[in-house]
Design a protein around this ligand. Structure first.
Ligand code: DOR
Ligand code: ZN
Length: 395
């Protein structure tokens, strides 16, 4: 157990260009060949006999809500369909202490529109100076449900994360004692490790040694993107879980790169080749209790996505449930959707499943495309799965 590798240098996004889905005219004019990017699965969309589905209200076990104007704009998109969410702490500055988490929870609740119910489940951002006693107190008070490990430099606002794992062992030991889960962004950051290999290398060189050193530690592998991640989660026993995002069930790396760069499909960990997407689909639709939904819905202003150094993140809160119903229908696993969205996550976190329900009704005509989310800072593009959606959510 040691370092994750040197943090790569970043650059500051500024300015904007417009490019969306499907490929814009200027993209094609500049040489990007238009290729069919619809997933093969979408082409064999089955005419299932099921047209209505009632689920216990889902939870999102990995969500970015941000703060201020962005929080106000995106919170209703989640609260409309989800009862609870594990809220990521990678604000600037990050949410490190129990007091900071309490203040952030209050800001979230203050931003919730009247008449909407939503319970933010708070997390702390693990740093090399995190105080184990503060973590334990925040957990004991019921406020904090997990601690998030960001290898420094791995992703958005991870600069304050961990460089040397040995420095956080006292916190991790305390968490193992009290049963507080560690949510892990599982990628090494070493510049000489290919970005498509960073998850698999992390499992072998960091996660597995860590779990052997601290066998009582409960761990959630966040947003797994590889067949290796799926296999490791499956083999880990009851103290290991894994979240899977909506977008990683839909896109592979071709969607980002073939025929032109599509910044709204860029996220971290980056989508991998098709065989990995298929492994993720099999895992999510398997019903296995170790897999649950964590959307990693991560809003960024369009101006910062459509940029020479675009930010990582897909914003899926708005249409996640319609997309998931589509995916599960394609996989003929609609009967397992509730386990993925509403049962396995609460079971891992030791919380009761929700008692209220949502209804999904399959329409005969495609749903209208969601518009962009307007914020006072500029628009945010909603993830486009690249195929028509039919499942309407009736909250
Ligand atoms: O794509 C991502 N966006 N991955 C992360 O790990 C962070 C997130 C964000 O905060 O924007
Ligand atoms: Zn995230």
């Amino acid at each position: 157990m040691g370092t994750f590798g040197p943090a790569p240098g970043g650059s500051t996004p500024q300015g904007a260009t417009a490019r969306g889905w499907p490929p814009s005219a200027d993209c094609q004019a500049s040489g990007g060949a238009e290729i069919p990017l619809e997933s093969p699965a979408a082409l064999r969309y089955p005419k299932d006999t099921m047209t209505e589905l009632t689920l216990r209200r889902p939870d999102d076990w990995h969500l970015h809500l941000r703060d201020g104007a962005m929080l106000k704009a995106v919170l209703p998109e989640t609260a409309r369909h989800f009862a609870r969410a594990i809220v990521m702490p990678n604000l600037v500055p990050p949410v490190v202490t129990g007091d900071e988490a309490r203040a952030y929870r209050d800001r979230i609740l203050a931003a919730l529109p009247e008449g909407m119910a939503f319970e933010p489940l708070m997390t702390l951002y693990l740093t090399e100076t995190t105080d184990p006693a503060d973590v334990a107190a925040a957990h004991a008070s019921g406020l904090v449900k997990a601690v998030k490990l960001y290898p420094a430099g791995a992703t958005t606002n991870s600069q304050s994360g961990v460089r040397d794992l040995s420095k956080v062992v006292p916190v991790l030991e305390k968490m193992a004692d009290i049963g507080l889960p560690l949510c892990v962004h599982g990628e090494v950051t070493a510049a000489d490790v290919d970005i498509f290999d960073r998850e698999a290398v992390f499992i072998d060189s960091v996660l597995d040694p860590l779990r052997r050193q601290l066998p009582g530690l409960r761990v959630v592998m966040e947003h797994v993107t590889t067949a290796e991640g799926v296999a490791y989660a499956r083999s880990g026993g009851p103290d290991l879980g894994a979240t899977i995002t909506t977008h990683h069930l839909v896109i592979n790396r071709n969607h980002i790169l073939a025929g032109g760069i599509r910044p709204h499909y860029y996220c971290l960990p980056v989508a991998k080749r098709e065989s990995h997407r298929l492994a993720l689909r099999a895992a999510a639709t398997s019903g296995d209790t170790c897999f649950f939904l964590g959307t990693d819905s991560a809003p960024h202003l369009d101006a910062l996505k459509e940029h020479a150094c675009g930010c990582a993140g897909c914003f899926t809160a708005t249409n996640t449930l319609s997309i998931l119903a589509h995916v599960f229908e394609e996989e003929q696993a609609l009967d397992r959707l509730e386990a993925f969205t509403s049962l396995n996550g609460p079971a891992f976190y030791g919380l009761p499943p929700n008692t209220t329900r949502v209804r999904l009704v399959r329409q005969s005509a495609p749903l209208p495309q969601p518009g962009k989310i307007a914020t006072s800072l500029g628009p945010v593009t909603v993830f486009d799965p690249g195929f028509a959606l039919y499942w309407k959510v009736e909250p």
